[in-house]
Write a protein of this length. Structure first.
Length: 251
């Protein structure tokens, strides 16, 4: 099955489920991909996931409609190249601050002359079942750029950031953003509410898919009503929550 995420994101109004994965396990990725979730975000920024586990986790999505996305540790061409050459379909970029950061992110996904990606998809071409020489104009041209808005600087520059050509989707990382704004975890704080509203207006006004965290159906419905299209949670938090319920049954 070829890359499909870019087309899904470009379809107006289409809702997508995504799951952030911090557990370094191909088994858990395989199980989640089998549920019908659209995206697994393999988290190398906050999860203990090395190169070998990364490749195994990406491979575990094969044969499903689930896109393997990698949240790299920081904006950097070497991180992008390593993830894409392991077979990733998309990159999640953390800690953007400026439109120039966004342009650098887009360029790192593309081969010259449009971008800065070095050629070496020796593993990726097999993951996407094309000849090595066909990767650049095939799957290599369909990689997805998702950015996280999680800093005060990004908030202040949001209108310029979302105007950068080549961004496919935007996620508001509310915990990080609230911390950077000095109201950590206080999602109802006026400062946070104002910040989120400004980001929502800019992203939706630019016609980009917007994503957020939703651990309950109620939360998902609230965000859907506001125009969010990418919704999901975190593997470890889902696991802890399910086990906690099991523990409660015996009390």
């Amino acid at each position: 099955m070829g890359m499909t995420l870019k087309k899904k994101l470009a379809e107006p109004g289409r809702l997508l489920n995504w799951q952030v994965c911090v557990i370094p396990s191909a088994v858990s990725i395989q199980a989640m991909a089998a549920t019908g979730t659209d995206i697994v975000i393999i988290d190398q920024e906050h999860g203990p996931i090395g190169a070998e586990a990364l490749h195994a986790m990406i491979t575990a999505t094969q044969g499903t409609g689930c896109a393997p996305m990698v949240r790299i540790p920081e904006i950097g061409e070497a991180h992008v190249k390593r993830a894409l050459d392991a077979g990733a379909e998309a990159i999640c970029f953390p800690l953007l601050r400026t439109a120039e950061d966004a342009r650098r992110c887009v360029a790192s996904l593309r081969y010259p002359p449009e971008g800065t990606r070095g050629f070496g998809p020796f593993i990726a071409h097999s993951r996407w079942q094309v000849a090595l020489e066909d990767y650049a104009t095939g799957p290599g041209a369909e990689t997805v750029c998702l950015i996280l808005i999680e800093t005060r600087d990004a908030l202040e520059n949001i209108e310029e950031i979302v105007a950068v050509e080549g961004i496919d989707a935007v996620v508001i990382a509310t915990f990080d953003l609230s911390t950077d704004l000095g109201v950590s975890g206080q999602m109802e704080h006026p400062v946070m509410q104002e910040a989120v509203a400004r980001i929502e207006k800019a992203v939706l006004g630019a016609g980009l898919p917007l994503g957020g965290i939703a651990f309950t159906e109620e939360a998902a419905n609230t965000l859907r009503a506001k125009g969010y299209r990418l919704l999901g949670g975190v593997d470890l938090m889902w696991l802890k929550g399910a086990v906690a319920k099991s523990v409660e049954w015996l009390k």
